[in-house]
Design a protein around this ligand. Structure first.
Ligand SMILES: *Cc1c(COP(=O)(O)O)cnc(C)c1O
Length: 412
């Protein structure tokens, strides 16, 4: 007889506990490509939940580019970038990505990563190591994405960097803290578009104080790249800012429709990431066929098609703002494709998601720890592939469902 496995028992108890708190998460498998309709368990749902803002994830030209890329480069890279995995397809992509930001970052160079999570871990930990241990201060926005939070935690564990959290709407307090800070290196870390609220970071003001107090400004534009700015170059284009203090991170699995991410900064900082960025150094390079596909995606984003897709997306955002009025639920002021509806309790959010599912919609409930406790919500996202009729139908359905939910919860 062997002993009962302690870990299994602990896991069972913890998962039961999550279930009781209505915090247990479930995987759902789709049976169709990512688009505005999704096939799940044989049912077709109207999907308003992906981050495929431009509707490129199932674009015929990109499907063709991926097949072409595989024929040209094979399916695997075979090694990390510094060994033999760095392909000419990666190099071409990186130079296009740097071109996107060259008016905003002097001597811009870009480094491609397999995911945004990896890009954030790499950038934050490597930059924190520019100064001796214990002499870096990191200022991190409270509502930052988990991958930034984990990057900051890892940097703090590895280099004893001091960590300060700030409220991104309270720049004065941040400015006071920076002013009093004697650290050798200061890094401000923020989402460009906050992923669960859809609002923008005040990057202009942040850059001003970064310049005033000699700090770096790291902006994670996962939800802005491809959609913000006239050419879809992202938040730096939209805000028309330029500085060698900016470290820009874009992800390529959202509006770009494929997979991956990049860090773009002054060439000297990128050289440092290549030398010291452990998650970059010790991870296998993304298949070059993906990089090849992404180059095609960038051409679409920057060209006329990208421009008309952004126009369509902005039209949907305007219709939502003008026509969606709730009796009790709370709409968040957001000018992006991310439009949350705050419901408060986990139970309310789950009920709303369930009623939407029954009405043929896929809009998941987002609960803590992804959002602060008591602010569970529906996270509605638009894609350029949604039509105005799709959106108006959603608005009508949500109004009906709100009434049903109010009746159900008031009878309890
Ligand atoms: C999605 C996201 C990431 C992670 O990017 P992946 O490529 O999906 O790993 C990082 N930051 C933000 C703000 C995100 O929304």
């Amino acid at each position: 007889m062997t002993n009962a496995c302690n870990a299994l028992q602990l896991a069972q108890e913890q998962i039961a506990d999550l279930d009781l708190q209505l915090l247990k998460r479930k995987l759902r498998s789709t049976e169709s490509p990512c688009d505005t309709k999704a096939l799940v368990n044989g049912r077709e749902l109207k999907a308003f939940c992906s981050n495929d803002y431009l509707g490129l994830a199932n674009h015929p030209d990109l499907i063709q580019a991926l097949a072409e890329g595989a024929a040209q480069y094979g399916v695997g890279s075979g090694a990390s970038h510094l060994i033999s995995g760095h392909s000419i397809a990666h190099e071409i992509l990186e130079s296009k990505l740097a071109d996107f930001q060259k008016q905003h970052i002097p001597d811009a160079r870009a480094l491609f990563f397999s995911t945004g999570y990896l890009a954030n871990l790499t950038a934050i930990t490597a930059l924190a190591r520019l100064a001796p241990n214990g002499s870096t201060s990191i200022y991190s926005a409270k509502l930052n994405h988990a991958s930034l939070i984990d990057g900051v935690r890892l940097a703090s564990a590895q280099t004893k960097a001091r960590v300060h959290l700030f409220n991104h709407q309270d720049i004065n307090t941040l400015s006071e803290s920076l002013k009093a800070d004697q650290s050798v290196l200061k890094i401000i870390v923020t989402d460009g578009v906050f992923s669960m609220d859809g609002d923008l970071a005040p990057v202009k003001r942040l850059l001003e104080i970064a310049e005033q107090y000699d700090a770096l400004l790291l902006v994670d534009d996962a939800h802005g790249f491809g959609v913000l700015g006239k050419h879809g170059h992202g938040i730096l284009e939209q805000e028309n800012i330029c500085s060698d203090r900016i470290v820009y991170i874009g992800t390529l699995g959202k509006a770009a429709g494929v997979s991956g991410a990049f860090v773009c900064a002054h060439a000297t900082l990128i050289e440092w990431l290549i030398q010291k960025g452990r998650p970059f150094i010790y991870s296998t390079a993304t298949p070059p066929a993906i990089a090849h596909t992404l180059s095609k995606s960038l051409d679409i984003i920057e060209g006329n098609e990208g421009s008309s897709r952004r126009t369509q997306l902005n039209k949907l955002i305007r219709i939502w703002q003008d026509e969606m009025h709730f009796a009790q639920w709370e709409k968040v002021p957001s000018c992006t494709a991310i439009q949350p509806v705050i419901l408060g309790s986990n139970a309310n959010a789950l009920l709303a998601a369930k009623l939407l599912d029954e009405a043929g919609y896929w809009i998941p409930a987002i609960r803590p720890p992804t959002v602060p406790i008591g602010s569970a919500r529906l996270r509605i996202t638009f894609s350029a592939n949604h039509s105005e009729a799709d959106l108006r139908q959603l608005i009508a359905t949500l109004k009906t469902i709100e009434q049903t939910a109010i009746q159900k919860t008031s009878h309890e």
